[in-house]
Design a protein around this ligand. Sequence first.
Ligand code: NAD
Length: 358
Amino acid sequence: MSEAPRIVLLPGDGIGPEIVAATRRVLEALGEFEFDGRLMGGCSIDEHGTALTDEVLDACRAADAVLLGAVGGPKWDTTDPEAPRPEQGLLGLRKGMGLYANLRPVRPSPALVAASPLREERIAGTDLLVVRELTGGIYFGDSGRDGDAAHDTCEYSVAEIERIARVGFESARHRAEGSGRAPRVTSVDKANVLETSRLWREVVGRVAPDYPDVELDHLLVDNAAMQLVSRPAEFDVIVTENLFGDILSDESAMLTGSLGMLPSASLGAEGEPGLFEPVHGSAPDVAGQGIANPLATFLSAAMLLRHGLERADDAVRIESAVDAVLERGLRTPDLAAAGESPVGTDEMTAAVLSELAA
Ligand code: NAD
């Protein structure tokens, strides 16, 4: 790694450019970085006729980390199956960068627990991480039509399960460091019905002895979906396959009630760059008005520092600064309750920058 880490910025569409520009300022407040801004998504379709060019993919592969805003918008919505679509850029990045693990932390800021659809006493203390397998399972298996029948095949290999299990155990270990609490992994499957799930459970169990400090339990996916809303604070790390992870990570995201606050990371092989992005989309309805909430992208930059550059201290600085501005009562319109006067993207960014400088 060169002296200044190289970060490819993919602002994308809609509010993407606004929130990524704000995040660049936050990163610059923490040290030296070499930024390389590139087109991906709808903006790349307009310029090059494709959502992701080979040149941009190569730049991403060669970087230390990639920070993405969001892609898509009504301009590129089409029913023409031949027309390029912004999301193809995301899929191309996942595939081209070999990103097989998606990490979504859910930790409602103490100042925002009232925004949760759950009662405050249920959501209070929630701090969980969903680790989803991203490149296997039913989304990538054989599928097709035969007359009036259709099929989708779910397949997993031992190697695919083992590597994502290790991400789960390692993440649990890292999260517990210095906290004094025992790390825990909950592996989610449907082992009472599915053969792939039985293999999943077997392999996760086989990997577990390599992490004797991490407690492991198994939960069936239907039970996990219920437990997430009834006792979310009792989860630590949830590790699960692609389809279950897709659903459970969205369910977990809604626990906070604040879409504009949720970061994510997609990781590939050890030493390869990861992709860091907010969970929300390009919010075309608020784009260009200076009112986008940049906090999920700031928190994605924190994940970039922690998981992509091994700078956990800087990650904590961003997370603490975000908590502090919310504690002070600053809210972008998407977070503001009735009667609260909201601030715009610039004012929110300036407040976080001043916390970082304090
Ligand atoms: P969305 O997340 O963009 O917006 C949902 C609602 O939340 C909107 O009312 C929006 O204004 C609000 N919102 C979301 N993030 C916000 C923020 N940071 N600040 C303020 N308000 C915010 O979801 P959508 O409306 O379903 O999708 C819009 C576009 O984004 C679509 O083209 C969709 O395909 C795309 N999308 C992209 C990604 C991605 O790039 N990873 C993810 C989801 C959706």
